[in-house]
Design a binder for this molecule. Structure first.
Ligand code: IPD
Ligand code: CA
Ligand code: CA
Length: 265
């Protein structure tokens, strides 16, 4: 494992203990609504600080982009951090949330770590060296198309501009698919595609910290990640489609009629 991935694993475990310490006393947390339907608590902030402290100690010169504290520093290396992905789940005691940490070098993903502290599942990827779940190699499912596929998604809840288009996509994907799930943590959704628990996934309007680590996991597990039109602008736009090569192709062609000109790629 790359030294940077090792540091990300250490940081993710530290954030995981902050998250689990408060999971049994959720009633005592102070929760703030950042924007409509977008919540944050001291757990998100403390977990993020634990991650940043660990990274800074090992790589003081690297830049950081973290969900709660924003961008710091300027460097070819930039860490992308979501300290708690699935905050709404967490605050409800719904057991699906994760820590997500990625490293970019000049815009290219180098390391990706997604950690589920509840199940103690550590998903890791190094560019060019494959993806692992708790040190065992993982691969995407080699499904041939939508028929019989299990898909994940995220239903728009903040920005609802494209709700009708999104529902059109869902309707056409649901017809051939075996099922569609909305688990509520995009980082884990990607990790689940990487290890074959989901066959594919799509969502509109994600932030880069939700899925930077997950994108590397899927790519290193043999899958494809693109923007909503099948191009490579997903890290910028947050409109994303992922799955095995053949399934992804069919998802893109099914989604295409519902993508208006005005929708960012
Ligand atoms: C959210 C989760 C969710 C996705 C949202 C994200 P957060 O992250 O990944 O699955 O649908 O778009 O904002 O806010 O819990 O870190
Ligand atoms: Ca997130
Ligand atoms: Ca978060």
């Amino acid at each position: 494992m790359n030294p940077t991935t090792n540091i990300a694993v250490r940081a993710a475990r530290q954030a995981g203990s902050v998250i689990m310490r408060s999971f049994s006393r959720l009633d005592s947390l102070t929760v703030i609504e950042k924007q409509s339907n977008d919540y944050v608590s001291e757990v998100d902030r403390n977990a993020e600080q634990a991650i940043i402290d660990t990274i800074r100690k090992a790589y003081p010169g690297h830049a950081i982009l973290a969900e709660e504290s924003g961008a710091q520093g300027k460097d070819d290396f930039q860490w992308i951090i979501d300290p708690l992905d699935g905050t709404t789940n967490y605050l409800h005691g719904f057991p699906q949330f994760a820590v997500s940490i990625a490293l970019l070098h000049r815009g290219r993903l180098e390391s990706g770590v997604v950690y589920d502290p509840l199940r103690d599942e550590m998903f890791t990827a190094d560019r060019g060296a494959g993806a692992l779940l708790n040190d065992r190699r993982i691969r995407v499912n080699d499904v041939k198309g939508l028929h019989g596929a299990l898909l994940g998604t995220g239903i728009p809840f903040r920005d609802q501009r494209y709700m009708d288009e999104y529902l059109g996509m869902m309707k056409d994907l649901a017809k051939p698919a075996a099922g569609i799930r909305r688990p509520g943590s995009a980082a884990l959704d990607f990790a689940y595609v990487a290890c074959g628990r989901l066959d594919g996934f799509w969502e509109l309007g994600l932030s880069v910290w939700d899925f930077a680590a997950g994108a590397l996991l899927v790519q290193e597990a043999g899958g494809v990640v693109t923007d909503i039109r099948g191009g490579s602008r997903h890290l910028e736009t947050g409109n994303v489609v992922t799955g095995s090569i053949k399934l992804h192709r069919e998802m893109i062609s099914t989604i295409r009629p519902h993508v208006p000109e005005s929708m960012p790629a």
